[in-house]
Design a protein around this ligand. Sequence first.
Ligand SMILES: [Zn+2]
Length: 215
Amino acid sequence: MNRPKRMLLENIAWARETAHADAQFFPRLAQGQSPKVLWIGCADSRVPAETVTNANPGDLFVHRNIANLFSPSDDNTLSVLEYAVRVLKVDHVIVCGHYGCGGVRASLLPKSSDLPHVNRRIAPLCALGERHRHELDSFGELDARANRLAELNVLEQVRLLREHAIVREHDVPPRVHGWIFGLHDGLIKVLASGYAEESESRDIASAQVTSLRAA
Ligand SMILES: [Zn+2]
């Protein structure tokens, strides 16, 4: 059986199981969406937003691209942000990067002539790496430098989002958070909280307590 065929069969199984578990699930979905969170993540197949946060259809408005970049000159990203903030009125914008990111790693390597679009896309990342070259060099190996740049990249996207007029000038601006996902343990680390009054460590601690309570 080819892969698309198998995926369609899996879809039928999922739809049946979901409807069986909650008969009102699809009727509710069909009525409309009111997600509270805009998720800006990496296109990497290993970091699916809903799966890693135990979320359901309808919970997250999602934009994913290579290296979870918010580009103020890109209509694709901007239209998603505009709709999320002005129409859906999300309370939170979460930028979630991840360690072991191929896009971030590529920005530290010589450019491949086969990937002109990727090269153009990650140009801001290359510039960010240059700005932090001294710090990155102290991390030694490429993978360690790329992981530190992945963190700096999340913080940079958070800064750009917080400064953007769509966020800043909204009646009630959404809180912008910066997270990073660990492929080795599946856990998310908070790099920047949208709750200024809370320390990052308290955020992490309370998240762990909550998940323990839910377990
Ligand atoms: Zn990535």
